[in-house]
Design a protein around this ligand. Structure first.
Ligand code: NAD
Length: 339
């Protein structure tokens, strides 16, 4: 039985709390929040769970693992404190606000033989796992390019921009699908509501093998969009997280075929035709489970069986490396930054 302490119970924390309390092999012992109203929420809904405003109450001997769902700027210091106190840690995305901080956390977890996991929830999403299966099975052929949109009306953050708040999901999904780090990134962002805090960010990334990627994130948009398109040499896929049929695979592609000249030889330079084909649309069946439930169960399993988490510290670091480079690019008017 793993005893858990959760810190931060605002918008996202209650989802973690609900999922961890629903698992059999762990028990949530305490929830910490500096906000009185949020502690009251916990007291009313879960009277058996202790509450406190003091982080130090997370570090009692009774607690084995700490779950951090506070604002991003606090992740590093809270995770460090927890690891120093010999607690396993699940920290919400982003793992930290710099590569240096992320590396320190990894080092500390390794040194103290503790599990460090980051909440890249979409890697536990069955639809995203299906996209990867399709790519690995070569159903769509060579990926040419992919792009995603993560848009909504709110929640407007005051502490971090839309890049650090929303793009960790898309970056983690792209790295997971392509099993590679991007080579470079260039990003532009616009701060309309609060000076210096970008509400909308457009990122262009290049992955090895001439694969292009684009990410558009915004909290200043009329509608909620969570959509990703992946175009391959044989087929194309659309993943719409808001739809019931989450993935559609389009048997569409354009083939370049050489035309034989009068002597029967191939002319590679000029004589070719572009053959367009458009076949069926397939909708793979997905046995959907709440991704956060999978993530929470995975964290507990990794502690109990001393397993490496799917989204371990290194995984969190890779996303922070991309975010840091994208932030640099934002500050240099879209300059292409090598990662
Ligand atoms: N994985 C996902 O899909 C997902 C979705 C939303 C948010 N998140 C992440 O969850 C984290 C929290 O986001 P949120 O939307 O819930 O924010 P929020 O502001 O709604 O909640 C944060 C809570 O933490 C408390 N808090 C702040 N500093 C604290 C401290 N030092 N000690 C104790 N409590 C403290 C606040 O009082 C608040 O209740 C962020 O890192 C965010 O990126 C993840």
């Amino acid at each position: 039985m793993i005893n858990i302490g959760i810190i931060g119970c605002g918008y996202w924390g209650p989802n973690l709390l609900r999922n961890f309390t629903g698992l059999l092999d762990c028990s949530v012992k305490i929830v910490i929040d500096i906000d009185y109203a949020r502690r009251n929420y916990v007291k009313e809904k879960y009277p058996q769970i202790a509450t406190s405003s003091q982080d130090k109450d997370l570090f009692s001997d009774e607690i084995d693992a700490v779950v951090i769902a506070t604002p991003a700027q606090t992740h590093y210091s809270l995770a460090r404190e927890a690891l120093e106190n010999k607690k396993h840690v699940l920290v919400e995305k982003p793992l930290a606000m710099s590569v240096k901080e992320a590396r320190e956390l990894i080092h500390l977890a390794k040194k103290n033989k503790l599990i460090l996991m980051v909440g890249h929830t979409f890697e536990y999403n069955k639809a995203v796992q299906e996209l990867k299966r399709q790519i690995k099975k070569d159903i769509i052929g060579t990926p040419y390019y992919l792009y995603s949109q993560r848009l909504n009306f709110g929640i407007v953050r005051r502490d971090i921009n839309a890049l650090w708040n929303l793009a960790p999901h898309d970056i983690s999904i792209f790295i997971y699908l392509l099993e590679a780090m991007p080579i470079s990134v260039s990003s532009c962002g616009y701060d309309f509501i609060q000076k210096g805090i970008e509400d909308v960010v457009f990122m262009s990334l290049e992955f090895p093998g001439h694969i292009a990627a684009h990410i558009h994130v915004s909290w200043l948009d009329p509608s909620k969009v969570r959509k990703m398109t992946i175009v391959g040499s044989k087929k194309m896929m659309i993943y719409d997280d808001m739809a019931n049929e989450k993935i559609k695979i389009f048997d569409k592609g354009i083939r370049r075929e050489n035309i034989k000249d009068s002597l029967g030889a191939f002319d590679d330079f000029k004589k070719y035709q572009l053959l367009q084909h458009a076949g069926d649309v397939t909708i793979p069946k997905i046995n959907f489970e709440e991704p956060l439930k999978e993530e929470c169960a995975h964290f507990v399993e990794c502690i109990l069986k001393d397993k490496k988490p799917l989204t371990d510290g290194e995984n969190g670091l890779r996303v922070v490396q991309v975010l840091e480079a994208a932030q640099k690019s934002l500050e240099q008017e879209g300059k292409n930054i090598k990662i």
